[in-house]
Design a protein around this ligand. Structure first.
Ligand SMILES: Nc1nc2c(ncn2[C@@H]2O[C@H](COP(=O)(O)OP(=O)(O)OP(=O)(O)O)[C@@H](O)[C@H]2O)c(=O)[nH]1
Ligand SMILES: [Mg+2]
Ligand SMILES: [Zn+2]
Length: 328
């Protein structure tokens, strides 16, 4: 890549229909994508990190966006607050999921690039939490090697769910930090802000758990903007956030609000490596009677099943492991 001192470096905060909003030196620049970049990224050698999944068919270009929110990019100025992205700088991390294209193969969709921490958000109640989804987020985060903070919102509704704290204990015991908050009352918000400080963070979670409300609680006005941007879409009111956007935090850092993702498939995880992404299981791998070929299902002498019996591994988590394994 031909680099030029006059090129700018910025961060992608938003994208919409082939247009990218890049923040650089306190400015917002509306960028398009150079066709050169598009071509480079579809060939296997362009992005060493995605060798195995590089797209090689020109026909497929439309289904793969080489630039994600959170990406650091090099751009060339093209007049009044406009520019063209010519290079995506190497990513520290990427949170991905499979984006199915009807009738074709499945592609990697990078949800967010360069996230320093992922915050899976659940509500204590309304909607009732399903921890299987949390396990999905956790496995994705482990595979992407991105730290996690579990956020449990709507603490003001704790009376509706007498078992949530006990259930959270399972995750605390594994070593996952949990922050209990209420966007409604402000409880726990200060502690949450300390985690976000100076980092690029991502809120993920089902629709209605209060991600956008948390944004508002963290910095008044942020979530408001989300609602304005997406009002009119579908007109359902419940699905407030319709696309992903990153927001700059006044106290330092940036936070990505994602729309409630209904399906969160696992990307690039093989059945045989799944147990590595359950930290409480990882230590038992190789200790089963059938060694590395054990699927930890019904095989005799399985060290992981033994650990479940001995209550060293939660049966819920083991069940989650089996459920996810069946998908891979
Ligand atoms: N009781 C209570 N309600 C809350 C709290 N936080 C959010 N809500 C409500 O939950 C509903 C959904 O909140 P949103 O912030 O739009 O949820 P979201 O996660 O952004 O949803 P999507 O954008 O659809 O993904 C709204 O009616 C909020 O007022 C809370 O801490 N306590
Ligand atoms: Mg929202
Ligand atoms: Zn086993």
């Amino acid at each position: 890549m031909n680099t030029n001192d006059e090129d700018g470096i910025g961060v992608v905060f938003r994208k919409n229909l082939g247009q990218y909003t890049v923040h650089a030196h306190g400015r917002e620049i509306d960028c398009s994508l150079s066709s050169l970049l598009h071509k480079q990224l579809i060939f296997p050698t362009a992005d060493p990190a995605s060798l195995r999944h590089a797209v090689q068919d020109v026909r497929e270009i439309h289904h793969v966006d080489p630039v994600a929110v959170g990406d650091r990019v090099r751009y060339v100025e093209a007049g009044e607050s406009r520019g063209m992205i010519v290079e995506v700088l190497p990513r520290n991390s990427r949170l991905s999921r499979p984006a199915p294209v009807p009738g074709q193969r499945v592609f990697e969709q990078v949800i967010v690039a360069n996230a320093d921490v992922i915050l899976p958000v659940f509500a204590v109640a309304n909607p009732t939490p399903k921890w299987g989804l949390l396990d999905r987020y956790l496995v994705s985060a482990e595979a992407a090697e991105i730290p996690v903070l579990i956020v449990l919102n709507k603490l003001d509704l704790a009376w509706k769910n007498p078992s949530f704290d006990e259930e959270m204990e399972i995750y605390r015991r594994i070593g996952y930090p949990v922050q209990l908050v209420s966007a409604a009352t402000g409880e726990g918000i200060e502690e949450l802000k300390q985690t976000l400080h100076g980092k690029q963070s991502v809120l993920v979670g089902k629709s209605g758990v209060g991600k956008t409300s948390l944004l508002n609680a963290i910095q008044p006005g942020l979530g408001q903007r989300v609602r304005e941007v997406s009002s009119g879409e579908l007109g359902k009111g419940r699905h407030t956030t319709t696309y992903l956007e990153m927001f700059k935090l006044d106290f330092g850092g940036a936070l990505v609000d994602t729309p409630g993702i209904r399906e969160f498939g696992l990307w690039d995880i093989a059945a045989d490596e799944l147990a590595y992404f359950f930290p409480e299981m990882a230590g038992y791998i190789g200790q089963c009677k059938f060694g590395m070929s054990c699927r930890h299902d019904l095989e005799p002498g399985c060290a992981i099943r033994k650990a479940v019996m001995a209550e060293a591994i939660s049966p819920y988590r083991y069940q989650s492991y089996m459920n996810l394994r069946r998908e891979l």
